[in-house]
Design a protein around this ligand. Structure first.
Ligand code: ZN
Length: 426
């Protein structure tokens, strides 16, 4: 996933602890490293090894509300269905919902995800136990003009989450500050969130210009666009994961480029909730880093990043009526290396390179959709499907081998998650 989209044929990777220590062809490995003895060897002949996919925007525990309220407008979906069900959330429901999503992510080749939700200590526990990598943030909503940043319960919880989990679980967990959006946070609160992120030395994870309603409302109430408003509130003074970024003016895109705001594009959710189509090629052209996310599994309704990467490329081609606007390589980079950049961990993951963390997936290419072998980049972007993912490694640890999960009891999770889901939607 480097600039040249280099492919190493008959290659070999050596992993020591959490890192790749050798990436190259087997011949070089024989001479340099044949003296080493290995704990485990994985034969990947007739297979492809690629960096694990990075889902840069989701609400994992919303898997519990999957297929419960569909075919509604975002405002109705949120206000009439999702928010009332979420009132009944408990730490246990968030734990089991997150675990359920982590199973789906591992099975479909995702090795890292950015999550914004409630009871985040439970999500951190699930991430810690399962072995996946994550950027976690407590969703912050505030309409109270009299709030005090020193005593505000949600900001205090964010501090606590940061203290307990930032850089923990062998460095797999990072914490962000997550003001939910401009329509759920008063301006003072957005500002206080940015100040907290600065103080903690972490980034922001926020929904930006997801619906036309949000964009129009922001201009009406604050006299400026969502992007201008967030910029004024200091949000973009720290690294920002901007989820959606659909209803943007040319000026907005310029601000995002100048302030290095990362756009987490969620084509599946945006289509399903009819929120609109992001101006991905124009953002890329202006130098904005664009990555991919599934959004919560209640608005997608899955966490399949191979599907998302295909949607992202196809939608742009169709919408702009130009097959050249987003190509296969760009799609793959959005799902991997750009995702790492969005989460500020591009020095650690997103590529296969000696010295980087071993976050890898192995796909079985001995399947009809990979024959003939004309172009592997195209095959991975356009022909593959997530069931080709056979083995998943995160931080040097095998989480799934030959489709068998190594760290999670799937039956127990299915049972507990189904039980919690029934209680929420009753
Ligand atoms: Zn979202």
């Amino acid at each position: 996933m480097n600039e040249n989209m280099e492919i190493i044929e008959n290659g070999c990777i050596i992993i020591k602890d959490d890192k790749m220590v050798f990436v190259g062809i087997e011949k070089d490995f024989d001479t340099q490293l044949s003296a080493l003895s290995f704990q485990q060897t994985i034969d990947a002949r007739h297979k492809v090894i690629m960096p694990g996919l990075i889902n840069t925007h989701t609400h994992a525990a919303m898997s519990l509300l999957r297929n419960y309220a569909d075919d509604l407008a975002l405002e109705d979906w949120l206000n009439k269905k999702i928010f009332p069900a979420e009132e009944k959330l408990t730490p246990a429901s968030v734990y089991w919902g997150s675990m359920l999503s982590i199973i789906e992510m591992i099975r479909t080749g995702t090795t890292c995800f950015a999550d914004q939700y409630f009871f985040m200590e439970e999500v951190a526990k699930a991430v810690n136990e399962s072995g996946i990598r994550a950027n976690l943030s407590r969703g912050l909503l505030c309409f109270d003009m009299g709030f005090d940043p020193k005593t505000d319960m949600r900001l205090l919880e964010t501090r606590e989450l940061h203290k307990n989990w930032h850089n923990k679980a062998d460095g797999r967990i990072k914490i962000s500050v997550a003001p939910h959006s401009v329509y759920t946070c008063i301006p003072k609160y957005l500002h206080a969130s940015a100040e907290l992120a600065k103080e903690l030395g972490v980034g922001i994870h926020i929904h930006l210009a997801e619906t036309k309603f949000e964009a129009d409302q922001c201009i009406k109430v604050n006299g400026r666009s969502v992007i201008e408003h967030c910029n004024n509130m200091g949000i973009f003074d720290v690294p920002t994961i901007g989820a959606h970024c659909i209803h943007l003016s040319d000026l907005d895109i310029e601000i995002m480029s100048r302030k290095k705001v990362n756009a987490a594009n969620n084509p599946g959710s945006n289509l399903k909730l009819a929120s609109g189509i992001a101006r991905v090629p124009e953002m890329i052209k202006k130098g904005v880093n664009v990555s991919l996310g599934t959004d919560g599994p209640a608005s997608n309704n899955n966490l399949d990043m191979f599907e998302e990467l295909r949607l992202a490329t196809l939608i742009s081609k169709g919408y702009y009526m130009d097959p050249l606007v987003v190509d296969a390589a760009q799609g793959l980079r959005m799902a991997t290396v750009n995702g790492a950049k969005t989460l500020g961990i591009e020095k650690e993951v997103g590529q296969i390179k000696a010295g980087m963390k071993a976050d890898l997936i192995i796909l079985d290419t001995n399947r009809p959709q990979y024959v003939p072998d004309n172009n592997m980049i195209s095959a991975l972007a356009y022909s593959s499907n997530s069931t080709d993912v056979e083995t998943v490694i995160v931080n040097g640890k095998v989480l799934m081998e030959n489709r068998e999960l190594k760290t999670i009891d799937q039956e127990k999770v299915f049972f507990e998650a189904s039980k919690e889901a029934k209680r929420l939607v009753k």
